[in-house]
Ligand binder design. Structure first.
Ligand SMILES: [Zn+2]
Length: 427
C-alpha cells in the first residue's frame, strides 16, 4: 500500500517535472520576446482606416492593434511614424523573381542564354527589392526555365540567409506540349522549354504530383498561349485536362492558377474550378459572371510587360481601354480581384505600379489596397496569417508617407518595413 502510493507520488512528480520542462522554454521565449510599439498617424487594418491607432508586436506576431492604452510596457521599444499610414505587408499576387525586366533582356535570351546560378544571383537582389518596396508576400508563378530554384530561394529566405518576402511558389509551371517557347530554333532540335510540358491523364497527373512533391505551393497551368497558325492566343488544355489538374492538386491541398487571356481559355478554367485566372485580357461580362459563380478570383496583371507605367502613349490607347473595360466588367460581376503585376517583365521593386493602374483604370484606392492585403490573404488561403492588422496575425507591417486610401501614389513612399516581426527598414 505504502509502496504503491509512493510510486504514484513519484510518477506524479515526474509528470509534473516533464510538463514543466516541456512548457518552460516556450514560456521563457514568450516572456523574452521583444516588444515593439508602432505609432503611425493611422492604421489601415486590411478593411478600414483607424486614426490614432497603435500596433504592438511581440516576437513574430501582432499582439495588439487599437487605440493607445496606458504607458509603454517595460522593455518595449517605441517607433514613431508621424504622418505615416501603417498597413498590412503588401502582397504581390503574380511575380517571377527569376526573370528580370524584358527591357534589359528578352524572355527568349533569359531562358536560353542565362544559366541557373546567374539567374539565382539576380533573384536574390529581386527578393530584397521586393521586400524593401513593402511587399512581404509574393506568389511566384513559374520559374520560366529556372527549374526548382524558387523552392530553394524560399528556403533561403525562411532560413534567414537572404532578406525577402514570404514566398508561395509553383516551380516550373505546366504547359501543353508544343504550345510554349522558346520556338526560334531549328525544328530537329529539342529545346528545353520555359515550363514543363504535360498532356492527358498520365503525364498531366504525374507532372502535377511531381511539382507538388518538389515543393509547389500552387500549380500554374497555361490555359492558352500564342500557338498554331493563327495570330493571337488560342486555348491549350481541354476542359477535362484542367479538371484533372485541379482534382489531382486538390488531394494535396494545392490550388491551381491558370494563365488565360482568351474567352475560351478563361471559360474552361472557370468551369474547371481553378482558384485564380491570370491576365484575363479579353474577359467579357459573361465570363466574369461565370467566374463569380464558380468563385474563381481574377489577377488582372494590368501593368504586365516591358513598357513603363503609365504607358508612353497615355491611358487612351486601345490596349489600355481594353483593360479598363475588363476591369469594370469584373467589378460589376462581383469577381474577387487579387492584385498581381507579373513583375519580372518589368523591374522588381516597382510592384506598386499595379495598384496605381488599378486606381487609374477604375478602382477606388481603398479597394486596390484591399486587393493587395486582406483579399489577397483570402485568395492565397492565408487569411488567418497575413493581409490584416489583427492580434495573432504575422507581424508583416509596412508604413508609407501619407494616406494610400486617398492617394495610391503614397505606396511609392515606403517609410517602414517589418516582416515576421523583424524590421528591415525604419526612419
Ligand atoms: Zn506571369
Amino acid at each position: 500500500m505504502r509502496i504503491t502510493s509512493l510510486a504514484f507520488a513519484t510518477l506524479a512528480v515526474a509528470m509534473l517535472t516533464w510538463d514543466l520542462a516541456a512548457q518552460a522554454p516556450r514560456a521563457r521565449d514568450d516572456a523574452n520576446a521583444p516588444l515593439t510599439v508602432l505609432k503611425p498617424a493611422r492604421v489601415f487594418d486590411g478593411d478600414g482606416m483607424h486614426e490614432g491607432w497603435i500596433v504592438r508586436v511581440k516576437g513574430e506576431r501582432i499582439d495588439y492593434a487599437g487605440p493607445e492604452a496606458g504607458p509603454l510596457p517595460p522593455g518595449a521599444k517605441a517607433i514613431d511614424l508621424p504622418g505615416a499610414t501603417l498597413t498590412p505587408g503588401l502582397v504581390e499576387g503574380h511575380s517571377h523573381v527569376l526573370l528580370h525586366a524584358y527591357s534589359e533582356t528578352s524572355w527568349n535570351d533569359q531562358v536560353s542564354r542565362e544559366g541557373l546560378a546567374l539567374r539565382v544571383a539576380r533573384a536574390v537582389n529581386h527578393l530584397r527589392s521586393t521586400l524593401m518596396a513593402g511587399f512581404t508576400t509574393v506568389r511566384d508563378l513559374g520559374t520560366e526555365g529556372a527549374q526548382y530554384a524558387d523552392v530553394e530561394l524560399k528556403q533561403a529566405v525562411n532560413q534567414g540567409i537572404i532578406p525577402g518576402p514570404r514566398m508561395l511558389v509553383s516551380t516550373k509551371a505546366i504547359v501543353a506540349t508544343g504550345s510554349y517557347q522558346p520556338k526560334t530554333f531549328v525544328l530537329e532540335w529539342t529545346i528545353p522549354q520555359g515550363a514543363e510540358e504535360a498532356d492527358g491523364i498520365d503525364s498531366l497527373t504525374r507532372v502535377v504530383r511531381d511539382q507538388i512533391g518538389k515543393g509547389a505551393d500552387w500549380i500554374k497551368l497555361y490555359g492558352d498561349y500564342r500557338w498554331g497558325p493563327l495570330p493571337g492566343s488560342h486555348p491549350t488544355f481541354s476542359l477535362d485536362e484542367m479538371k484533372l489538374a485541379v482534382e489531382t492538386a486538390k488531394s494535396a491541398g494545392v490550388p491551381v492558377a491558370v494563365h488565360a487571356g482568351t474567352v475560351e481559355g478563361m471559360r474552361r478554367a472557370a468551369l474547371a474550378g481553378v482558384a485564380t485566372i491570370e491576365h484575363g485580357n479579353d474577359g467579357t461580362p459573361e465570363i466574369f459572371k461565370l467566374m463569380a459563380e464558380h468563385q474563381v478570383a481574377w489577377c488582372p496583371t494590368l501593368t504586365a510587360g516591358a513598357g513603363p507605367w503609365p504607358p508612353a502613349g497615355g491611358l487612351d490607347s486601345p490596349a489600355v481601354a481594353r483593360k479598363r473595360t475588363a476591369l469594370k466588367a469584373a467589378i460589376d460581376a462581383g469577381v474577387t480581384i487579387i492584385a498581381g503585376s507579373d513583375v519580372g517583365t518589368f523591374p522588381h521593386g516597382d510592384n506598386a505600379r499595379e495598384l496605381d493602374a488599378m486606381v487609374a483604370l477604375g478602382m477606388t484606392p481603398a479597394a486596390a489596397l484591399k486587393s493587395a492585403t486582406s483579399i489577397a490573404g483570402k485568395v492565397l488561403r492565408m487569411d488567418t496569417q497575413i493581409g490584416q492588422v489583427k492580434p495573432g496575425w504575422f507581424a508583416d507591417l509596412v508604413a508609407f508617407d501619407g494616406d494610400p486610401t486617398k492617394d495610391i501614389a503614397a505606396l511609392k513612399r515606403v517609410r517602414f518595413v517589418m516582416k515576421n516581426g523583424t524590421i528591415y527598414k525604419q526612419p
